[in-house]
Design a protein around this ligand. Structure first.
Ligand code: HEM
Length: 197
């Protein structure tokens, strides 16, 4: 048994996932500043982006995303190779493996695309940049799709974490559903407010 398929590998994968979950909550709450107007939004990001913490945060996010994806792929490959049905890790029947992996891959592509797109923007007026982005229908589709795949991925992941901790055995824990819905509507509120402005 190698590192990625061991309990230690699984713990690191969960830890990297928790780091990202914390960032996603923080990111969604920060983005709500968008509804407070151009000045407050731009001032917040001008202040935040020059903090040494910002560079540390981006480095931790890149490293933990790499670790999470690498461990997930290695575990899946090891699981595929396991001899005999008895050794294979069962997958929830309600989510076919191909659906879970397509969703996770779409989410990964969205995160990479979004990260690069944000780094290339003119940071002097981020508010205007978002207005420019979300008046393009293709960008609306990309961002809504990215947020949907994030929600489904989180729903599955958070339910698993609660099951592992022995807190809840349900796949549809109401707290998980509530957290996922709050994140989904929080993110989507930005493009939606631009379309209906
Ligand atoms: C409609 C939804 C979203 C909007 C409007 C949005 C907007 C933004 C903006 C304006 C920035 C640049 C901030 C800066 O200059 O520092 C940013 C950065 C970033 N976003 Fe998003 N975002 C959205 C959804 C997401 C989602 C769902 C994820 C991850 C799952 C994500 C991950 C990131 C990352 C990793 C960065 C770079 C780090 C940072 O600057 O905070 N974003 N986003």
């Amino acid at each position: 048994m190698n590192f990625t398929n061991s309990v230690v590998g699984k713990r690191w994968m969960a830890f990297a996932g928790i780091v990202w979950f914390a960032y996603v909550v923080f990111h969604m709450v920060s983005l709500l500043n968008f509804h407070a107007g151009k000045e407050i939004f731009n001032d917040f990001y001008t202040w935040f982006n020059q903090l040494p913490f910002y560079y540390l945060m981006v480095a931790v996010l890149i490293f933990s995303l790499g670790l999470h994806v690498f461990t997930a792929i290695s575990r899946q490959l090891a699981n595929n190779k396991s001899k005999g049905v008895g050794n294979k890790k069962p997958y929830p029947k309600e989510i076919p493996r191909v659906v879970a992996w397509s969703g996770a891959s779409t989410l990964l592509m969205f995160v990479v695309f979004h990260f690069v797109q944000m780094q290339l923007l003119d940071q002097t007026d981020l508010h205007q940049q978002l207005l420019n982005i979300f008046t393009q229908p293709i960008m609306l589709i990309v961002y809504v799709l990215g947020t949907i795949t994030l929600s489904t991925h989180l729903h599955h992941a958070l339910s698993n974490v609660l099951q592992t901790l022995g807190v809840s055995s349900k796949q549809n824990n109401p707290w998980v559903v509530l957290i996922v819905l709050i994140l989904f509507f929080g993110f989507v509120s930005v493009p939606v407010s631009i379309i209906y402005a």
